[in-house]
Design a protein around this ligand. Structure first.
Ligand SMILES: Cc1ncc(COP(=O)(O)O)c(C=O)c1O
Length: 462
């Protein structure tokens, strides 16, 4: 079991620059919501008090990273920052070829293109993130999740709820000869930031080798995953996070990384891999969409910030504090009997909207309704990972709703203090007391793919 400590030691950094935030009034927020079509993505950021929409691209960079920006070499080809990034990524991942991209989803797009994912192919993962799934499906291929069943039960504890179901994977590979790639998402964002064990990565790797399939990590939160391994997988407790990360990558053929998470930067990503043919196909393709392969849609200074962020993120002090911050919020909510996905994840605390709002059916989007109520009453922005994001229609037009209806409180890295988390915690506790007043919503505009970004809603009045 992990610690259940609900105190929070001081952070291993101090504040050098501040950004003011302001709490608007309830009446103002009601108006903003109406104008936003009850879609939290449409609320101007200035009108949000505590922004837990995402941990992606929202990190506070260090003085070391900011000073690195001044060393940006903005040469079109072969800038020196590319070499700095390449050397850091090579050191952590062991991969030969490194390709910067402007963010994670472009890395996904390029890898899937290079692996020839088309309508005859299936991609398998513990659980795909929404953009990853969308990239696969937009190429005509199928995306199939095989996470362990425990991942779908929010109230049971499992050290590694992000693990791939090994038996299910073995059966699936035996029955389907058209799998094109296996992807392990570390940590599993869709399932609440849950980690994957090294043992599981090794087991998946054995099956991938047996079936001659490439295994890639979706490595957006590789450092947080490594820290969970250190805490929960006994044989690695004496390893440094970097050594664990190196081991994680060593079982795989490559990775796609959104550096906006564990790269501790506001924009950027990369692909790293060993296969030269795949590398060449990516290089040829990316000049059309991303730019020359040594800058990948980024400025030289961005590459420098990523290189430095990747080194900082593996600091044990940093990872310990990050873990404790998440535990602090999660455990205080649990203590107040708020239905929270257990155990607390690496980058987010997730409310179980089905248990929080049992009076709202999934056809009326309880998770979405909870995000709206949290913003309306307290100015807190969160995100639904439930029926708006994941429900889909069968051929007979009936809707299939997801097993999990989560509201994710994603904690930006090095941004909020304990006082901010206390405000969030108390707000949720207060909201829970009047939860029956929260009403469901009707979707008035459904844009289809990745619909949460652009959908519009109206509250259901009775
Ligand atoms: C696990 C995972 N993979 C991929 C992505 C896509 O990355 P980006 O937003 O940089 O395109 C995300 C973004 O949140 C993610 O969480």
């Amino acid at each position: 079991m992990s610690q259940t400590n609900d105190t929070l030691p001081p952070p291993p950094f101090k504040i050098k620059m501040v950004e003011p935030i302001q709490l608007t009034t309830l009446a103002e927020r009601k108006e903003y919501l109406k104008a936003a079509g009850y879609n939290i993505f449409n609320i101007p950021a200035e009108k949000v008090y505590i922004d837990l929409l995402t941990d992606s691209g929202t990190s506070a960079m260090s003085d070391n990273q900011w000073s690195g920006l001044m060393l940006g070499d903005e040469s079109y080809a072969q800038c020196k920052n590319f070499y700095n990034l390449r050397s850091v990524v090579k050191e952590i991942t062991g991969f030969e070829f490194i390709i910067p991209t402007h963010q994670g989803r472009s890395a996904e797009n390029l890898v899937f293109y290079a692996l020839n994912l088309d309508k005859t192919k299936i991609a398998v993962s513990n659980q795909f993130f929404d953009t990853t799934r969308a990239n696969i499906e937009s190429m005509g291929a199928k995306a199939h999740d095989l996470v362990i069943p425990e991942a779908y039960n929010t109230s049971i504890y499992h050290d590694f709820k992000g693990n791939m179901d090994i038996n299910a994977l073995e059966n699936f590979l035996n029955q389907n000869s058209n799998v094109g790639v296996i992807i392990l998402t570390v940590t599993n964002n869709t399932g609440g930031g849950q980690p994957v064990s090294l043992r599981n990565i090794e087991d998946v790797s054995k099956l991938a080798k047996k079936h001659n399939l490439p295994l890639f990590l979706d490595a957006a939160r590789f450092a947080e995953n490594a820290y969970f391994i250190k805490l929960r997988e006994k044989e690695y407790s004496e390893f440094t996070p970097k050594q664990i990360a190196q081991k994680m990558f060593s079982y795989t053929d490559g990775c796609m990384m959104s550096a906006k998470k564990d790269g501790l930067v506001n924009i950027g990503g990369f692909i790293a891999l060993n296969n030269k043919d795949t590398y060449n196909r990516i290089k040829e393709r990316m000049v059309i969409t991303e730019g020359f392969p040594t800058y990948g849609g980024l400025a030289g200074r961005d590459l420098e910030a990523i290189a430095r962020g990747l080194t900082e993120v593996l600091s044990e002090d940093y990872l310990r504090y990050r873990y404790q911050q998440l535990q602090y919020l999660g455990n205080n909510l649990v203590k107040a009997n708020i239905p929270v996905l257990l155990p607390v994840g690496g980058h987010s605390v997730n409310l179980d909207a089905l248990r929080f709002l049992p009076h709202i059916p999934q056809s009326q989007f309880p998770g979405w309704a909870l995000t709206i109520a949290l913003y309306e009453k307290y100015g807190i922005r969160s995100v639904e990972l439930g029926s708006v994001v994941f429900a889909h229609q069968k051929e007979d037009q009936t809707w299939v709703y997801p097993d999990l209806e989560l509201v994710r409180l994603a904690i930006p890295r090095r941004v909020y203090s304990r006082e901010h988390l206390d405000y969030v915690c108390q707000s949720i506790i207060d909201l829970y007391k009047s939860k029956e007043e929260i009403k469901g919503l009707k979707m008035t505009y459904d844009p289809g793919l990745l619909r949460h970004f652009n959908a519009l809603f109206e509250p259901i009045s009775s």
